[in-house]
Design a protein around this ligand. Sequence first.
Ligand code: KG4
Ligand code: ZN
Length: 359
Amino acid sequence: MKNIYILAIDTSCDDTSVSLLKNDCVLSSIVSSQLDVHKEWGGVVPNLARREHEKMIDGCVKTAFKRSGLSSMKKLSAVAVTYGPGLAPALQVGVTKAKQIAEEFSLPIIAVNHMEGHTLSTFLKNKSGKNYSGMTKAKFPFMTICVSGGHTEIIWVEKLGSYKLLGQTVDDAAGEAFDKVARMLDLGYPGGPIISKLAETGDPKKFVLPRPMKDTHDYNFSFSGLKTACLYNTNDLRKSLGKKFAKIIPDYCASFQEAVVDSLLIKVNKAIKKLNPKMIVLGGGVSANNRLRSKFRKNCKELGIPVFFPEKKFCTDNASMIAVAAYYKFLRGEFVKHTDTFQRDPSITIETIRDESAL
Ligand code: KG4
Ligand code: ZN
């Protein structure tokens, strides 16, 4: 079969990402981080994100193309772009660029849901065709746990292109909780990598923190309650310990991280027992967390179910995961029908994907 070359763009949040794939193999993957811009605000500022995407997008497209080794943009089979969910002004930049490229090189556009990208990031292969996550053959139906700064979702994948949202956070996302607790502890942004590093030398049992919603008969999560518990708790500890507060930070980080991972595992296990998926797949920034990985591995080994994690660089936002989702959409013939009216759609869910071909 003829090779399929897809250039994909993701500008859904604060990373300008462009990637070029040959079928499901990554030829190049560029991520330009805006961390320094948003750091001082303690979170992502949408209009600053748009401005930075506009500055970076052309350079990212050029570099991704150059590093791919493809001889001409005319060799592309399609251009793919994240059209939602995400920040409207940020998404707009990617969609506009994709339309421009499509017009210039007479290419079809593939509209990708950002969450489908995270769901399939374990499907990516390197240039030599080796799967990064060690998955040799996907087994269906499977279950993906997407844990990022904006989402915490359990997604049921009946087959590629057919997704059901089993459960999600009712308030904050898991990554958001990491970021907020890091801010409470004056550790910096983004909180996930900092907390997980400090937690390495901490005792996860030192502080007793809640596992919110652990007994509810659904697959939903809540991380806002945990965050609030941490707020009261750290305020009390600061008062009672004074300068010695700094010493307990690694233990606090480890205990908080444990509460997040346990909360995820409780609901994931509930879903595994009820629905019997053939494999478990992780995705999103928080799936880079080492403690999460080791606890999920142990848990799934005990249950006799395979578990796969994305390569670390594909956990956080990137355009390669968008390109791999687009590759399967290409095979299914799902292209944007009306490119002139095609627009970003910031609030779509994973279940909206089925309607995309009507775009
Ligand atoms: O997937 P992502 O890049 O962005 C969204 O789509 O939201 O995820 C970013 C989130 C941030 O909240 C960050 O703190 C968290 O992922 N994160 C981590 C780790 N690395 C990134 N959380 C826990 N442990 C990590 N190692
Ligand atoms: Zn994301």
